[in-house]
Design a protein around this ligand. Structure first.
Ligand code: HPA
Length: 263
């Protein structure tokens, strides 16, 4: 699949399935956060495997369906399940949601993920507005990235303001991208803290960079599902993801609804 050429084929297929020609927001629901799809009304749900050129999402906690519908009267398209590089997809495929947002003329992208907290002031269950990313040694963009300047800082301020107006206490900070799928070592987490990372995760950076390149405003939220390796003396487990997500799913849904309306 060569993006963005083939994305018009996906778009035509989805419009044939009843998706409207344009949308207000595209939302990427991170691990365990798929419950937000229940807040969408008048839905049309299409499994990824039925969409021409779409990869399937195979990770536990990700359902692998595209949901279109409306939230408070605003047309939205939600990805319940994302494409991770660690599943073997090239970065070109990890950014399909961003290109689909572009194809449906979305005014904004709302990106969420599960992450491990490196900042010891954070707790499991915290929501964090991502105001910058750290890519370490990975070039996570499918396109030459030297030609544009990446800037998330401006949009992060707006997201924090909307969260505050919603009455939600949120953290803010830097998201460090790792390829995964294995969790980090304790020494890596110590090193990541020194270089300024607040949370660590295995997604989001490619999507954010691509959104920036395509000039689509992006709001990015991490849900802290565990303290990163070595901070607490417990074994990390993917089940933590669903437990933490379950505890904050209502607040997360409130925030995303406000972002759909105001961001
Ligand atoms: N590390 C990397 N990715 C993650 C983590 C973590 O601790 N928790 C959730 N996603």
């Amino acid at each position: 699949m060569m993006l963005p050429d083939d994305i018009s084929e996906c778009r035509d297929y989805l419009v044939n399935r009843g998706f409207p020609e344009e949308t207000n927001s595209v939302i990427i629901l991170g691990s365990g956060l798929g419950d937000f799809a229940n807040s969408i009304e008048d839905t049309i749900t299409v499994p990824y495997r039925e969409i021409p050129g779409f990869p399937e999402s195979s990770v536990a906690g990700h359902s692998g369906v595209l949901v279109c519908g409306s939230v408070d009267g605003n047309p939205v398209i939600a990805f319940s399940g994302r494409f991770h590089h660690y599943e073997g997809y090239p970065f070109l495929k990890t950014v399909i949601p961003v290109h689909l947002a572009n194809a449906f003329k979305a005014k904004k992208l709302i990106i969420s993920n599960a992450a491990g907290a490196i900042n010891t002031n954070f707790q499991v269950g915290d929501l964090m507005v991502i105001d910058d990313i750290i890519r370490l040694f990975h070039s996570v963009s499918p396109a030459p990235s030297s030609k544009f300047r990446y800037n998330l800082y401006r949009t992060a301020g707006k997201v924090r303001k909307i969260a505050a107006e919603t009455g939600l206490d949120v953290q803010r900070g830097s998201y460090l991208y790792v390829k995964g799928p294995n969790y980090e070592t304790k020494a890596e987490i110590r090193a990541f803290r020194i270089i300024g990372a607040d949370v660590v995760g295995m997604s989001t950076a490619p999507e954010l960079i691509e959104a920036s390149r395509l000039n689509i405003p992006a709001a990015a939220i991490s849900l802290v599902t565990n303290m990163a390796a070595g901070i607490e003396n417990i074994k990390l487990d993917h089940a933590d993801v669903n437990e933490a997500a379950e505890s904050r799913k209502d607040d997360f849904a409130r925030l995303v609804k406000q972002l759909i309306m105001k961001f």
